[in-house]
Design a protein around this ligand. Structure first.
Ligand SMILES: Nc1ncnc2c1ncn2[C@@H]1O[C@H](COP(=O)(O)OP(=O)(O)OP(=O)(O)O)[C@@H](O)[C@H]1O
Ligand SMILES: [Mg+2]
Length: 656
């Protein structure tokens, strides 16, 4: 189907044809992808090569499937755990892999003409943002850049910085309007309001006018109703009431965002008494579901069986604890428009094209590491933006569910209408990046810093602090003998390819532990490094081998942390968590996945995620400079054992 391009798309295409680099900034669902597609098509016509990077695997996978339909063998994908057609002229990558390849495979980049960064505003992610910044900073200057961004207020600042780094002008195309307008509603105290005015007029008090003690979760229940003035009573705010309204007003399909896996599933089951789909549609959905389960070979999976019951009612859920293949089945069915009500965590919001007529927010807050916080405006706007499908809906409907003590009045208004937060640099090169910079430019490596967005943006005292931090990291690398009088030791060579885990693995390599491991122990160790344990999680009982591995890790960690504390380095190297040792060992030994699920307390999606990260690390170990032959072979065996069946991401991608 041919579409007529919007003016901002036309302008972007004109600028591309004139040979400019470009930043495109437009709201969610506006149509930034066609601009990336234009770049790809032009490059193909001229026999040039393109790299397309995306922040999450669901997004790179979706792009791979979409592009493959058009480009067939000319498309390839390389993420941490997948490598299909790695020499293809159109290569999809995670931003991490692209950044690493800048150091490790500069030859390959000579042929590249364009680099596309989808969701480039990820640059301000506290944990991963530095990777985007490094990727831009170290991209060769012959490469043209296309950045696609959600609405950010300081896009000009970002563009000016990129320009100073690359020396070429970079144009900006900005679209502020949404094609399908959004209508905001609220559900509070059991009533639905259609504007902020109505909400505030009808007695929404807000955080500051609510007695503090009542804000504590669970307290309301303890207060006898008779003693509470009516304006301070809490009334039930039933989800059923809201969904019933959506059904009655023909506002399904609905994307319902909740902020924990457990809540997502509970909600879905809460609605399992209702049916949102009938007759032919229902048959079609059930048939498609079975077909897809079959294709992915997960028809017998417990979670797939459970979900079947909901599917028959037009309901589904989606979160990171699910098997990746099952998540993909749900995504595909949602795109086919047969699912009417989907409960999901926020990962569904990012970039994947999954629009609905309505979006519901369960709460205006979300949990994070240190407690609960209000949603950021950009997070809210990206999720809300999923409402309203181009060509299908004249408006998108957004419903925010609130307790009267959740947010201040102004906070509610800002969430809806406020400018989204500016992108701020999170530049903080890890040890491996510093090693690579040191390899490239010796003592002049620190000159990379003044070119960073951080140096461009931050006030001078912060610049000094950051530069000191980076120097201290090199100092640790010298004190721990990764670099000695300006040259790399074997340990330094090895660690420079192991982004994020370089010191733990470097030390275990240096003291000879790593090279003595068999494939099971190697996988156990790597899983412990990548697994992010929860605070207060009890230490699991371990077998003798895992226990001695943990002891060795703790020794090494103490030494690393001693140096980090001395030099005030933050964040510190993370401790390993051996909580999944039993599962890793069983899986490496060939246990079937269904059996694994029985012996494990951990969500299947979480297991697969950790195993896939282990695969990524195994590959990094195999390709690191100076890995001894024996260790390479162990890593290869370890990978063959762990990368199979449900865990094998390539198999999932090759499934049509
Ligand atoms: N000019 C157009 N006319 C009609 N439909 C369009 C047009 N441009 C894009 N679309 C459709 O709009 C939908 C959203 O497009 P796209 O995924 O590119 O949005 P996006 O800007 O990348 O959003 P996100 O911020 O979620 O990444 C797609 O279904 C696409 O086919
Ligand atoms: Mg997009």
């Amino acid at each position: 189907m041919a579409i007529t391009y919007d003016p901002f798309q036309q302008e972007a295409i004109r600028l591309i044809d004139e040979g400019h680099s470009l930043l495109v900034c437009a709201p969610t669902g506006t149509g930034k992808t066609v601009i990336a597609e234009t770049v790809i098509a032009r490059a193909m016509n001229r026999g040039e090569e393109v790299i397309y990077t995306a922040p999450i695997k669901a997004l790179s996978n979706q792009k791979y499937r979409d592009f493959r339909e058009q480009w067939g063998e000319r498309i390839g994908i390389v993420t941490g755990d997948v490598s299909i057609n790695a020499n293809a002229p159109i290569l999809i990558m995670t931003t991490e892999i692209y950044r690493n390849s800048l150091f490790e495979n500069p030859e390959r980049l000579k042929r590249i003409r364009w680099i596309i960064f989808d969701e480039i505003h990820y640059l301000d992610d506290p944990e991963r943002g530095t990777v985007w910044e490094e990727a831009i900073l170290f991209s060769p200057t012959h490469v043209q850049l296309l950045g696609l961004s959600a609405t950010v207020p300081n896009i000009r600042e970002l563009a000016r910085w990129i320009q100073t780094v690359h020396g070429h002008p970079i144009e900006i195309v900005e679209e502020k309007r949404r094609v399908v307008p959004l209508r905001f509603h609220f559900q509070c105290q059991g009533t639905i309001f259609s504007s902020t005015e109505e909400l505030f007029r009808e007695g929404y008090r807000g955080k500051n006018r609510w007695p503090p003690v009542w804000r504590l979760p669970g307290r309301q229940a303890g207060i006898p109703h008779g003693h509470v003035p009516s304006s301070l009573r809490i009334h039930p705010n039933r989800e059923e009431r809201l969904i019933e309204e959506l059904g009655r007003r023909d506002r399904l399909p609905c994307l319902y965002f909740a902020f924990s896996r457990r809540r997502v599933e509970e909600l879905a089951w809460q609605f399992s008494r209702h049916t949102f789909i009938q007759g032919e549609e229902r048959k079609e959905l059930e048939k498609l579901y079975e077909e897809l389960l079959d294709r992915y070979g997960i028809g017998e999976e417990r979670s797939a069986v459970e979900l079947r019951e909901l599917m028959g009612r037009g309901i589904a859920y989606h979160h990171a604890g699910m098997l990746p293949t099952l998540k993909e089945v749900v995504e595909r069915l949602f795109t086919s428009r047969l699912i009417k009500l989907i409960f999901t965590t926020e990962t569904f919001a990012l970039g994947i094209n999954m629009p609905a007529r309505s979006v519901v927010f369960d709460r205006p807050t979300k949990r994070f590491e240190h407690g609960v916080r209000a949603l950021r405006r950009r997070e809210f706007q990206q999720m809300a933006g999923r409402a309203g499908r181009r060509g299908l809906d004249e408006a998108g409907y957004v419903y925010l569910r609130l307790q009267p003590y959740d947010l201040e009045h102004q906070e509610v208004v800002d969430l809806l209408e406020g400018e989204s937060e500016p992108v701020t640099s999170q530049f903080n090169a890890d040890y491996a990046t510093i090693l690579n910079l040191y390899r490239l430019s010796g003592d002049r490596w620190i000159e990379a810093y003044p070119k960073s967005f951080h140096a461009y943006q931050a006030p001078s005292h912060q610049r000094k602090l950051r530069q000191t931090l980076l120097r201290h990291k090199l100092q640790i690398l010298q004190e721990l003998n990764y670099v000695n009088r300006g040259t790399f030791t074997p340990k330094g060579e090895f660690a420079s390819g192991l982004y994020g885990y370089e010191l733990m693995l470097g030390e275990l390599y240096g003291n000879g532990v790593l090279t003595r491991l068999d494939s099971i122990s190697l996988n156990t160790l790597l899983a412990a490094l990548v697994y992010e344990g929860r605070r207060g999680q009890p230490r699991p009982p371990l077998n003798r081998i895992a226990q001695s591995l943990r002891d060795r890790c703790e020794e090494v960690l103490r030494a690393i942390r001693y140096h980090e504390a001395k030099l005030h380095i933050l964040p510190r190297t993370r401790p390993p968590h051996f909580n999944l040792s039993k599962e890793v060992e069983a899986w490496t030994k060939g246990t079937p996945f269904a059996r694994l699920e029985k012996i494990s307390q951990t969500d299947p999606g979480e297991l697969v995620r950790v195993f896939r990260m282990v695969i990524q690390l195994l590959r990094e170990i195999r390709f690191a400079h100076g890995t001894p032959q024996e260790l390479k072979e162990t890593a290869l065996r370890a990978e063959a054992a762990i990368n199979r069946d449900q865990v094998d991401a390539e198999r999932q991608l090759r499934t049509p």
